[in-house]
Design a binder for this molecule. Structure first.
Ligand SMILES: Nc1ncnc2c1ncn2[C@@H]1O[C@H](COP(=O)(O)OP(=O)(O)O)[C@@H](O)[C@H]1O
Ligand SMILES: [Mg+2]
Length: 359
């Protein structure tokens, strides 16, 4: 044990109360840590795997101070926690990944500027703050294109397609006329994500990159390994992702989404946290993304990211998909995960199923 290691028995504070926090809690418990969740929602599904929960608003300074006083290290599982909240917490306790990674990932304009500064290729894009800027950007980038809110988008929300110059104003209105980015619609051969973990000593490990299939902007399925045809693009994208992680002085698990195109990989976005396209690692890798995130933030040596089988498929159970949960129990080799959410609303991630093909 070295100075930097946080010994089991210590308390890990996690800001955010969703399924990512719930699965981090399982991994933390396996290693003997205590988890304390901070979440505003009364029905936070992460509470089920945590010993302590603070239900309070993200700007409740008293509650934040109390939380910081009861934990030994802090991380977050929700991407839209206010940056000021995390800065405040970082003044009191070690916080991983760094606040700057959150700030960059929260804002598509900052994220794209940052990636470009790191020499990572992106789809053509422009920042939109006015009708004039929108018209100029559509003329420059062309159609079809996609308008995305600069902040608060997830699972394809806050996006509108622009199919013609005339349709641009209506598309912007459909996402609220706020600060946005216009992006060229990319004719990709597929999508994949780079999943990496970076330790406090700067060591980086990659899991096999999954190919990701989205339906209506929501991840539907991840398949590992990605098709052989994507191998070169994945190797290049790993270098891009590592540059981003190094520039952020990142600690923990980070995911970067890429489009595979005829001209090589284009960076889409990064998540400064464990990611849905890495859920397969619970059964499909020697060390899961959740365990390696806990290891990294606690200063422990990182675990092997090798596959446990020949191939892995992860299917999300979205909305009413979860009604069939019992059927999965009868399928050999299927690992069912349910997040304990109440009503299976359309578009809501209720659980997932992982299948590992033996080597
Ligand atoms: N420029 C684009 N060209 C083609 N498809 C896109 C583009 N941007 C987004 N998409 C599709 O929409 C999905 C969700 O978009 P993304 O920007 O990743 O938003 P979110 O934050 O909601 O995940 C992508 O995974 C991809 O399938
Ligand atoms: Mg995405």
């Amino acid at each position: 044990m070295t100075d930097k290691m946080l010994a089991p028995g210590a308390t890990i504070g996690i800001v955010g109360g969703g399924q990512l926090g719930r699965m981090l809690g399982v991994a933390a418990a396996q290693l003997g840590y205590v988890t304390h969740i901070f979440a505003p929602e009364g029905d936070a599904v992460a509470a089920a795997t945590a010993q302590h929960i603070t239900h309070a608003a993200y700007d409740d300074m008293r509650a934040l101070g109390g939380f910081a006083g009861q934990v030994d290290v802090i991380s977050f599982e929700f991407e839209n926690v206010p940056v000021d909240t995390m800065r405040f917490l970082a003044e009191h306790r070690p916080l991983f990944p760094p606040v700057n990674a959150l700030a960059v990932a929260q804002d598509r304009v900052e994220e794209k500027k940052f990636a470009a500064d790191c020499g990572v290729p992106l789809a053509p894009w422009a920042e939109i703050r006015s009708t004039a800027a929108l018209a100029a950007a559509v003329a420059d980038i062309g159609t079809p294109a996609i308008l995305k809110t600069a902040r608060d988008g997830y699972d394809g929300k806050g996006q509108a397609r622009v199919d013609s110059r005339d349709g641009a104003a209506a598309a912007w209105a459909a996402i609220g006329n706020g600060r946005a980015v216009l992006e060229k619609k990319i004719d990709f051969s597929g999508e994949f994500s780079i999943l990496l973990v970076r330790g406090q000593d700067g060591e980086v490990r990659f899991w096999d990159a999954p190919e990701n299939r989205h339906v209506d902007g929501i991840l539907r399925q991840s398949i590992v390994p990605a098709p052989r045809a994507m191998a070169d693009q994945i190797a290049t994208a790993q270098q891009h992702a590592q540059r981003l992680a190094t520039a952020l002085d990142y600690v923990g698990v980070m995911a970067c989404e890429f489009f595979a195109t005829a001209d090589g990989p284009l960076f889409n976005e990064l998540a400064p946290r464990v990611h849905n396209s890495g859920h397969w690692t619970i059964e499909g890798a020697v060390t899961s993304q959740f365990e390696n995130h806990i290891r990294a933030i606690c200063g422990l040596p990182l675990g092997s990211t090798a596959l446990t089988g020949r191939a892995v498929t992860m299917d999300n159970l979205i909305g009413p998909d979860a009604d069939d949960w019992a059927a999965w129990l009868g399928r050999a080799g299927a690992h069912l995960h349910l997040y304990g959410k109440g009503a299976p609303r359309v578009g809501r991630k209720m659980g997932h199923v992982t299948r590992v093909e033996a080597a």
